[in-house]
Write a protein that binds this ligand. Structure first.
Ligand code: ZN
Length: 188
C-alpha cells in the first residue's frame, strides 16, 4: 500500500473513532482532500533557508546602518500540541552588515517556518537565527501576534486573546535605542 493509501485508511479510522461513517457520501473523498490540503499547509518542510535567502552585497551608496523592516506579514501555522491552526501577523526586521536581500524574502522565510507543525516562539527564533546566520546581520527581530484556535475552541475558550512573542538578536537585544526605534516603526 502506498503511503497515501495508508494515510487515507488512518483518516477513515479517525472518522469512525469520532462516531462517523467514513463511507457516507460527504466523507468518502475527505481523506484525499485532507492529504491534498496538508501538502500546502505543511510545505515548509520541503524548503531550506539557504535556498531562500539569496543575498546581494550592499555597495556604494547603500547605507548599512539602517533598520530594514517588513511589517504585517500574514501567516498561517499549525500548533504542534493540538494540531489546530494559529494565524496572525509577523513583523521581521534586520540591520545589515554587507549583505541584503529582496524584501519579499522576509515574508517567504516566515511562510517557510510557519508551514510546519510549530509553536509560535520557535517560528520567531528560527526566522531571526536564519537572518543572523545567512546574512551575517548586525541585528534581527521577529515579532509575532497571533490567535490560536486551540485557545478559542477548547481549553480556556478565549476568542479574543492574542499571543505576542518577540525574538531579538544582536543589536536589537543589546542596544536599547535600536530596539525602541524598531518598536516605534512597528506601531506607526
Ligand atoms: Zn495548541
Amino acid at each position: 500500500m502506498s503511503d497515501e493509501k495508508k494515510m487515507e485508511s488512518s483518516l477513515r479510522e479517525i472518522f469512525s473513532f469520532l462516531g462517523e461513517d467514513p463511507d457516507r457520501e460527504g466523507l468518502k473523498e475527505t481523506p484525499k482532500r485532507m492529504i491534498k490540503s496538508w501538502k500546502r499547509i505543511f510545505e515548509g518542510y520541503n524548503k531550506k533557508p539557504e535556498d531562500l535567502l539569496t543575498f546581494f552585497y550592499a555597495e556604494g551608496d547603500i547605507p548599512k546602518e539602517q533598520i530594514i523592516l517588513l511589517k504585517d506579514i500574514e501567516f498561517f501555522s499549525t500548533c504542534e500540541h493540538h494540531f489546530l491552526p494559529f494565524t496572525g501577523k509577523a513583523h521581521v526586521a534586520y540591520i545589515p552588515t554587507d549583505r541584503i536581500i529582496g524584501i519579499s524574502k522576509l515574508a517567504r522565510l516566515v511562510e517557510m517556518y510557519a508551514r510546519r507543525l510549530q509553536i509560535q516562539e520557535r517560528i520567531g527564533n528560527q526566522v531571526v537565527d536564519a537572518i543572523m546566520t545567512h546574512l551575517g546581520a548586525k541585528a534581527a527581530a521577529c515579532i509575532i501576534e497571533s490567535k490560536h484556535l486551540c485557545m478559542s475552541c477548547r481549553g480556556v475558550e478565549k476568542h479574543e486573546a492574542s499571543m505576542v512573542t518577540s525574538a531579538l538578536r544582536g543589536g536589537f537585544l543589546e542596544d536599547y535605542r535600536s530596539r525602541m526605534e524598531l518598536l516605534a516603526l512597528i506601531k506607526d
